[in-house]
Write a protein that binds this ligand. Structure first.
Ligand SMILES: [Zn+2]
Ligand SMILES: [Zn+2]
Length: 260
C-alpha cells in the first residue's frame, strides 16, 4: 500500500492511498495545478486516480473535487450529509453514498468510513485495508471518541490531526467564538489530545504516524512533533519509540511517500 499526504491544513487537504490495482484520493482541497505540482514533487505524477472519498464538506476538503472528478470522470464517495454540503453536484460524473461502518470495496482496497465529531453535516474518517496492510485517516475531529478507537487499532499507519497547541489558541489573536470552536468537541484535535491517545489508547502497532492539519497560527511543526514524541517516549521508553516514526505533513508540499 502506498500513502502520501499531498497537502494538509486549513487551506487545502488531500491524501493519496494506492495499491497495485487501485488508487484513491481522500479529499481534494486545492485546484488542478496545485495537485499536479504536488504529485510531481512526490514523484507520483503517473499515478492514475480512480476515485475521490470525502471526509466532510468544509471548503479546505472539497474545493477541487468537482473540477477534477469531472475531468477524470471518476466517482466521488461521500456521506448523505456531505452530499448536501456540496455545490455543482450536477457536474459530478458519479456520486456514491457512504454509510459509516459499511466498507466500500474497490478492486483489492477496502475503505471503511467511520463517524467523527466535527462541526460539519456528517463527517467521517476512513480506514483503508489492502494487501495485508491497514491504515486510518482521522482529521478534522474535536475529540477521539470511543467509537473511533477500533478504527485506529491494528493499523500499520495512521494519519492523525494535530491541529493546535491549546495555549497558543488561548493566548492568540483569534476572536473568542473561533477559539471556542477550535477547542470544542466538534472542532479540531490538539497536540495534547494526540499525545493523550498515543500515551493511553494507541496499540503501538503502527510504525508510521503522520501528524496532520497543523494550524499555521496556533501550532508549529516542532511543537506537534515534540508533544507526540514525548508521549511515545513516556509510554514506551527511548528504546522502543524509535521504531514508531512520526512524519510531519505540510500545507504546501507533500509528505514522504510510504510504501508498505
Ligand atoms: Zn479541514
Ligand atoms: Zn473541517
Amino acid at each position: 500500500m502506498r500513502v502520501c499526504v499531498l497537502g494538509s491544513g486549513s487551506s487545502g487537504n488531500c491524501t493519496l492511498v494506492a495499491t497495485s490495482k487501485v488508487s484513491v484520493l481522500t479529499d481534494l482541497g486545492f485546484g488542478p495545478r496545485s495537485l499536479l505540482r504536488r504529485l510531481r514533487a512526490a514523484d507520483l505524477v503517473n499515478q492514475r486516480i480512480d476515485a475521490i472519498f470525502l471526509t466532510h464538506g468544509h471548503f479546505d476538503h472539497i474545493s477541487g473535487v468537482v473540477g477534477m472528478a469531472a475531468q477524470w470522470e471518476i466517482p466521488v464517495f461521500l456521506t448523505p450529509g456531505t452530499l448536501h454540503e456540496l455545490r455543482d453536484l450536477d457536474l459530478l460524473p458519479r456520486v456514491e453514498v457512504l454509510q459509516a461502518g459499511v466498507p466500500v470495496i474497490l478492486a483489492d482496497l477496502s475503505v471503511t468510513p467511520f463517524a467523527i465529531s466535527h462541526d460539519a453535516a456528517e463527517p467521517v474518517g476512513f480506514r483503508f485495508e489492502a494487501e495485508g496492510v491497514a491504515g486510518a485517516l482521522a482529521t478534522d475531529l474535536g475529540e477521539i471518541t470511543p467509537a473511533v478507537l477500533p478504527h485506529l487499532a491494528k493499523c500499520d499507519w495512521l494519519i492523525l490531526e494535530s491541529n493546535h497547541d491549546e495555549n497558543l489558541v488561548r493566548l492568540g489573536s483569534y476572536p473568542l467564538p473561533l477559539k471556542q470552536r477550535l477547542l470544542s468537541p466538534v472542532g479540531h484535535l490538539s497536540n495534547h489530545a494526540v499525545a493523550g491517545f498515543l500515551s493511553r489508547q494507541f496499540d503501538a502497532r503502527a510504525e508510521h504516524i503522520f501528524l496532520a492539519h497543523l494550524s499555521r497560527n496556533n501550532n508549529t511543526p516542532a511543537l506537534a512533533l515534540e508533544s507526540a514524541q514525548a508521549a511515545l517516549d513516556q509510554r514506551f521508553g527511548n528504546v522502543c519509540s524509535p521504531a514508531i516514526a512520526l512524519h510531519l505533513t505540510d500545507q504546501v508540499k507533500p509528505s514522504i511517500v510510504l510504501d508498505l
